[in-house]
Design a binder for this molecule. Sequence first.
Ligand code: ZN
Length: 125
Amino acid sequence: MSTEPRTVTLATADHGDVTLPEPSWCAGHAHHDPESLRVDLIHAGPAVDLDHRGRTLLSAELVQSPHASPGPRHLGGRTPGVSVHPLGQTLNPVELYGLAADLDRYADQLRALADQLDATLGGGQ
Ligand SMILES: [Zn+2]
């Protein structure tokens, strides 16, 4: 088994072939567009989806753009983060725990609403 760091070489429109260290969590670059700019290269992990009735309500994945220009952290960048759709932001660990806590509260509210609906409909009689 090789102890060499994994790398991936990707064609770009502005810098030719670019070789990057490949993080162990990256799901690969099967859909890479060779017309991409180097600044837009991105590692992405497998998506974690919240699906319900055939629709994806929420999706999250580890991401890192190793050549991103400096910018607002919530838009992603050189530091790995978790991109959340449709929120459209890249979160750090504290923010992701915050999202999980909000979803816990929301699940409680849905259960309370289901209880209210069940009572309104006669409590399963
Ligand atoms: Zn990658």
